[in-house]
Design a protein around this ligand. Sequence first.
Ligand code: DAH
Length: 353
Amino acid sequence: MESVEDRAREALAAIAAASSLAELADVKAAHIGERSPIALANRAIGALPPEQRKAAGLEIGQVRARVSEAFAAREAELASVALDERLRSEAVDVTLPVTAQPMGAIHPVTAMIHKMCDIFIAMGWEVADGPEAEAEWLNFDALNFTPDHPARFLSDTLFLDPPEHHKLLRTQTSPVQMRTLLTRDLPLYIVSPGKVYRADEYDATHLPVFHQLEGLAVDKGLGMADLRGTLDHLARSLFGEGIETRLRPHYFPFTEPSAEIDVRCFVCKGECGPDRPCRTCKSEGWIEWGGCGVVNPRVLAAAGIDTDVWSGFAFGMGIDRTVMFSTGARDLRDFVEGDMRFAPLFGRLEVAA
Ligand code: DAH
């Protein structure tokens, strides 16, 4: 029994001396575990003469209980030290200043596309799509451009190789007109926003890649008055009640009659003149917005549509331009140069009322 007491003292000393949970685990193996002297002594009780067993069992039981208690107490102590240490080392100082991450923003052209499309969707129109690499036939012939029409050969059309494939980068969103006439049922009301390409200068007011919104409505009895009402609604929804528009006679091969649509200058409200020049409208009082007209029956006929029954109107306007004149953005190059500070300036694109 003496030696059991000695082993117990050793075990208690080792437990007290353990300075970490890992060391304590070693102590457990050496002094308390299956193969420890105390465990072996416990097992040896069976070999004692019967009259000694009870006293020996009691004694060793008490020793084991003391050692286990001391072990549990030390374990709790070391666990709490370890936790404190971990909390200290993983502490986050929430008062430290953060490195501000700039938030992205929707590009104003994308925001304008959403806004314009929403206005038409609210009237029950659909949004249609078309490819940017387009057949020459759809970009020109189907829209009643004669084979020798100058627009085809103007140096600003970008044809794709090989020339015998007659493909080009669309110069307008108008080819979506014929695509939808050929694939959708009548009546149809569609708008189609997208990129168009022209070999233009790259300067403050021109980009070789810009955006247009095309509109096409074909139904029974549609005419100029419907076109006018639709464009006025678009202008008022985008720019606010009271915005004035005007149609000016013009020529497009795919509409007859054709017109250009202007909106009142947001800056001078038309009150400009020789003594009060206006930069935004170049002292015209009006800003050119887009082209429009009653769909030329030849276009409908090319799509196999009975022009005695159906008629329609169409329009197309520059989206980048719309952002520019309605927000006061001065340089189109800012739209494409990717400066992170640009897009957030437009907020949710609250255009001038
Ligand atoms: N596609 C013409 C352009 O790029 C704009 C246009 C004019 C579209 C008249 C139309 C329209 O739908 O009817 O200049």
